[in-house]
Ligand binder design. Sequence first.
Ligand code: PEP
Ligand code: MN
Length: 338
Amino acid sequence: MIIIMKPGSTEADIDDVCRRVADFGFRTHLSRGEVRTIIGVVGDDRAKEQLLALQALDAVEGVVRILQPFKLASREAHPESTQFKIGDVPVGGRQIVVMAGPCAVESRPQLLAVAEAVKEGGAHILRGGAFKPRTSPYAFQGLEEEGLALLSEASRKTGLPVVTEVMEPDKVEVVAEHADVLQIGARNVQNFSLLKRVAECGKPVLLKRGMSTSIQEWLLSAEYVLAGGNPNVILCERGIRTFETATRYTLDLNAIPVVKKLSHLPVFVDPSHGTGHWEYVAAMARAGLAAGADGLIIEVHNKPEEALSDGPQSLKPDRFAALMRELRPLAEVLGRSL
Ligand code: PEP
Ligand code: MN
């Protein structure tokens, strides 16, 4: 349920409603718009009669049932698009945010070279996996804690905030010490104990869509993080599995306007995993922005031919810089900046 306060209602009015709602045993989440404040109410639906009765209060415009199963993630509960900052980088507003870097942190020279290159090319945030979810147990699994330390060093050297994946609840704390954004990978989008833990980490979360996850399931996963007290979630479309084999996955561009309609959360696109081939990355990056994405996450490697993971889909630094130059005028046409 949501409680819509009348325009002009005071802090005392809002506090009064929140207190009453808490007394019924519900949790509240405030969404303060320019004109109206909306109080999202989460809890057991059985007490809904008591909530509906709050319509009798002078300061309350209405009490409305949210139809979507995801409540806090829904635009019904939070009509204005969510915006927050990662370091100095504003997410979810006019600016398009580009995260770039290698699939995996492989070595100090590799990471520092790629970090400098993506910074030079105009990236806002450095990506790099220290814990890698690999299909084969024989494939490179990441440098783990050593990789996190290298990410911190690269971040200090370039001034770029860092996004990196966390795969296990027990590693959330150490990853959050080194990262500015915690990535939940496609394979862990429904790892509910991990979602509950990142909800408590105090850092923004980049939540990839699973390769076989419906939009509703994906938004319910975001709901876990929001309901756990972390409002700073970025959704990332990274391709779903279809019958098509010419590309690694099928980048579901439909998901962008659909999610934008259903949810207030920022949406990014990952054209690297979405296609699996560097030649297609630029086209799908452009398409993602045209479809309304708020940002991109792109794999870049100084020597893709020697990469320990995802070399075939990684851009060389000069191609990344060329793509950024191409995206700037596109962003402008779309009424955004880059
Ligand atoms: C990655 O970003 O390198 C990654 C493993 O992504 P995904 O979880 O989308 O496969
Ligand atoms: Mn990768």
